[in-house]
Design a protein around this ligand. Sequence first.
Ligand code: GDP
Length: 452
Amino acid sequence: MLNDTIVAISSPIGTGAIGVVRISGNHVKNIIDQALKRKKYTPKKMYYGWLYNKEGEKVDEITWVYHSQPHSYTGEDMLEIFCHGGKLITYAVFNTIIKYGARQALPGEFTKRAVLNGKMDLIKAEAVNNVITSETEISLKASFNQLKNALSEKINNIKNSLLNISAQIEVEMDYPDDIEFEDHNLKNKLVHIVNSMDQLLKEADNGIIAVEGVRTVIVGKPNSGKSTLLNAFLRKDRAIVTDIPGTTRDTIEENLNINGIYLKLIDTAGIRYTEDTLERVGIERTINSIKNSHLILFVLDGTTPFTQEDEIIYTKLNELGDKIVIIVLNKSDSPNFKESNYLSLKQKNQNDFVIISAKNGEIKTLEDKIYEKFFEKVNIEEPTLTNQRQKMTLESSKESVLNAINSLEKGFSNDVIMYDIRKALEKIYELSGENYTEQLLDKIFSTFCVGK
Ligand code: GDP
């Protein structure tokens, strides 16, 4: 039920100066009346007082602010309580509000209500989450651009253009004799829409990389030093997980911040579980994780010559085409290290070749190379799409506009063209959240933190 009253601790749990407890819904005024014992108050003003439990005992000395609907974050009546910041006292405040009939908010439920009440679109809601979870400046910049409504504006423009066109066609359908239909003009307008969509889609992958991270896999033959490199990245000597592969977690992801580039190491499970990833887990699995990645680190053992196994991996990687591959010659610290074994490989891949010692943590050459390869890509000034959902929905909308252009060129009836325009619009509504399914919202908001 939408308007039941929800409560959450919105500040991080721990010891701090101030704890924040947020409440939203129909019962807020009752709670102020009973728990804060205040009859007269104005919205958006801060008050000082005590929070009382149902037995009339003081729970904490607090300040609080009331926001009246619809002028609040959620669009409902809201109360924000600023209590003492200790873990126990914050929970005591929270539990007191539960006793007054509120229920614990689900992850992202405040923001979900904001979307459902028309306070923000889904794109901005996603930006809110991204801003909170951003761990690099670049990710924050891309998310913040979205938060400032810059992306929503672009999507809105596309929506309005589609609405205008659909109105134009409807008039033509209603009054076929009175209005001269300008096919040419209509086609231009549709092409213009496709161009705007293409502009956004062109930068989408970079936007996604900026916010979600460069999906990276480490590959290489057994003993080349993949786990050691992983540990060097993590700068911690983590024990290698010995769970049996496939029976527990199939993939483990590690997130890193490399000079401000957000790196998501995927399928590190494979690296840890087994000495010979390629043989035991099977090359297919490795290839699969490679397919889903943006960056591949191909680790070679500099103390041995380039082997047939290396060759097999190298050939596979070359077949992949569009991925960025960095060749990482490892073990430079060893007396047996021979760069000369790899000279021809180095010559062929001048720009994508680095030498490291994973064991000694000497991986700066690699980190710098990653920065060099991705900084330009992800340091985006213009607002962009920042997740797969947005990209796929816009792509699907574009598909329908292209179908409409096609129908127009073939001289099909207005009904047929209108069908595609409506489909294109539906997808835009889905993108902005004006058209949603509970499933979609649940999926999006489940990644939020409680209290946001
Ligand atoms: P993986 O099978 O590719 O994950 O390889 P490991 O990380 O388990 O390393 C295999 C062996 O190579 C281990 O004995 C490591 O200590 C050693 N090794 C890894 N990196 C280096 C390095 O930079 N220098 C030296 N000398 N040995 C390394």
